[in-house]
Ligand binder design. Structure first.
Ligand code: GAR
Length: 188
C-alpha cells in the first residue's frame, strides 16, 4: 500500500477527504503522516480523530524554513513516503524539500491556474468579477502555485459572495483531489 503525507496549515477539510478515502478503501493508500506548520490549526484534531501520526510545529522551532523542512524530510524518509499532497499548506517549499521530494509533491489550489495565484484566490476572482471559477491540482515547484497542471475542474457562479464560492469549490476539491491521487497512485 502506498504511503501519503498530507501537509496542511488550516481547517484540513481536504486532509479529511483524503484520510476518509483511504479509510474507505477508495484510495489504495494510507495517510502515513500529517504535517502542520500551525500548532492549534483545526487539521491537528482531524488527524487525531483518524489516528494519523502528525508532525506539528512552527518553523521557528527549527531555526526557519530550511531546518523545519530538513526535519520533515527526515521523518518522511524514515516512513518511506510515496506522494506528498499539499492541502491548504500556506508556504512555498524550499530547495530542501524540493531536492528530496520534487516530482512527488502535488498541491490543490482554488482557481483555474494560472489565474489567481496566492492565498486569496477566491476573493481575488470574485473581486475581478469572473463567471467561471475552478479548482486546479498541480505538481509543485519553487514558484507560488506554479508547476505543471495535473487536473482542473470548473464551475459557473454569477454572484459576489466569496463564502458561497468557497462552499461550492470545496465540494469539488474533495472529490477532485481523491480522484487525482487515485490516478497518480497507479503511475507511481
Ligand atoms: C483549499 O481551498 C485549498 O485549495 C487552498 O486552501 C484551502 C484549504 O482548505 N489552498 C491554497 O489556496 C493554496 N494556494 P482545507 O484546509 O479545508 O483543506
Amino acid at each position: 500500500m502506498k504511503k501519503l503525507a498530507v501537509f496542511a496549515s488550516g481547517s484540513g477539510t481536504n486532509f479529511e477527504a483524503i484520510a476518509q478515502a483511504c479509510a474507505d478503501g477508495r484510495l489504495d493508500a494510507g495517510v502515513a503522516l500529517m504535517v502542520c506548520d500551525k500548532p492549534g490549526a483545526a487539521v491537528v484534531a482531524r488527524a487525531e480523530r483518524f489516528g494519523i501520526p502528525s508532525f506539528v510545529a512552527s518553523p521557528k522551532e527549527f531555526g526557519g524554513k530550511a531546518g523545519f523542512e530538513q526535519e520533515i524530510v527526515r521523518r518522511m524518509d524514515a516512513i518511506g513516503i510515496d506522494l506528498v499532497c499539499l492541502a491548504g499548506y500556506m508556504r512555498i517549499l524550499s530547495d530542501v524539500m524540493l531536492d528530496a521530494y520534487g516530482g512527488r509533491i502535488i498541491n490543490i489550489h482554488p482557481s483555474l491556474l494560472p489565474a489567481f495565484k496566492g492565498a486569496h484566490a477566491v476573493e481575488d476572482a470574485v473581486a475581478y468579477g469572473v463567471k467561471v471559477y475552478g479548482i486546479s491540482i498541480h505538481w509543485v515547484n519553487a514558484e507560488l502555485d506554479g508547476g505543471k497542471i495535473i487536473a482542473q475542474r470548473a464551475f459557473e457562479y454569477d454572484g459576489n459572495d466569496p463564502e458561497e464560492v468557497h462552499r461550492i469549490g470545496q465540494k469539488i476539491e474533495h472529490a477532485l483531489y481523491v480522484e487525482t491521487i487515485a490516478k497518480l497512485l497507479k503511475q507511481i
